[in-house]
Every structure is written in C-alpha cells, then in structure tokens.
Design a protein. Sequence first.
Length: 277
Amino acid sequence: MVRPAEGPLKGRVALITGAARGQGRAHAVRLAADGADVIAVDLCEQIASVPYPLASSEDLAATVKLVEDTGARIVARQGDVRDAASLSSALQAGLDEFGRLDIVVANAGIAPMAAGADGWRDVIDVNLTGVHNTVEVAKPVLIEQGSGGSIVLISSAAGLAGIGSADAGSIGYTAAKHGLVGLMRVYANLLARHNIRVNSLHPSGVDTPMINNEFTRQWLADLVAESGSPPDMGNALPVQILQPEDVANAVAWLASDQARYITGVTLPVDAGFIVKK
C-alpha cells in the first residue's frame, strides 16, 4: 500500500494504544494510509487473568512494517496503559520524533470474559483506567498546541447494551465499556473550548484475536448451554462478524476534518446489533 501524496490526515500524528495487532493495527495502517504518522503503543506481555495470548513484540514489529509500507513514519514502544508514566514515556518518544500530536485512539483492551475477581480488576484497569490514563497524558499536549484534535475511545456494543454472562470478567468488560461513554461525554465537554473533539466507537463482534480464540468461543458455548438456547448476539445486517478495517474506517472519519463538528457521540459500528436491543 502506498499512501497518496495528499491525504486527509497529511501532517498529523496519531497516538494509538493496543497497536500491535487486531483493531489497533488496523487503525494504525488506515490512519497512516490517510497521511498520518503514528505513535504505536502496546503492552506486548501477558496478563495473568487473560486466557488467550496477548500481543507480542513481534506483533508490534509487524505493525511497524505495515505502517512503513504506506510511506508513513512510526515510533513504536512497549507501554502499559495501566501505568501513566509508561504511557507518558511512549508518547514523549513520539513527540521527540514528530514534534506534535493531533489524534488519540484509545484502543487497548482485554476480554477475560470467563475470569473471576482477577478478571474484574484487570479488565477495569485496562479497559477503563487505561483509557483515562491515555487521555490524561495526551490532553496537555493537545491543549498546549492550540490546534484542536480528535480523541476516539474504542468501546463496544457492550458499552451500549447490558450483555454478557454472570462471570466477573464479563460483567467487568461490560461495565468498563459503559464507563467509556461517561469518560467520553465528560472529556467532550471539558475539551470542547480547545476545539478537541471526543467520541466513542461501539463495534459488535470483530474478527480479532481478542474474540476469535478458543477461550472466548468456549465462553459463548457455555452461555448457550446455560440458557438452553443461543443468546441473541447476532447483527441486524446479514454479517456474522466485522473486520478490523470496518472499525478503522470509522476512526479515520472521526479523526478527519469531515467530522470536524462531531463530538460527544456514541457511534455504533455494529451492523445493526444495537438496534435489535
């Protein structure tokens, strides 16, 4: 892929968390193709309560190559969204290279759906506190620059509907994704006077390693067994699962001037999942 000489995000810089694979990688590649340079952050370590393998440093290196293949520049760092100092260090490495920040995509997340109390704590720490940390380390840079910006919080259809199981990890996931709506609305108000827009995206199931793994499939099968019938987890449109690029397209739009007056919005990218609820 070679990006056009003039793209809608030319000259801008995007901070993306959870960028090593899945949705985060798709966001990085799409924004790069539209002209942005990228600061990519990922933990690249395992969290004990998460039953499926998390991204590796090799995954992050693969994202670096895909972004560079578009002609964009990228600074990639291992960093933990649960640790504001770790995030600040990763962001500063990007600022040292690019000199500015325009777009923030708070994407890092985990889904320890069948986990117990440890899963609750970890999913709240990563999916909610981690997003808060991401915005907090980025907003002083955006405000000081004085040129506005776009912040996109990657939530879920589970941030708009009370879906899930009785497992603490699943309840925590839905609670955290609902919590992102509150964060988004507060930040949309706090940052509006600086021309910084804040929105949340709410995908239904996306074909990424977080969803497409044996543990999550077994969790879904257990839900069916417990209820005696399949839970209505389907989309209204005739598509079983989204692709990461479907979500990345919406991120790119929200980051662009085409959405310059869009702020405080919960945007479903869900093939009609929510409209059925």
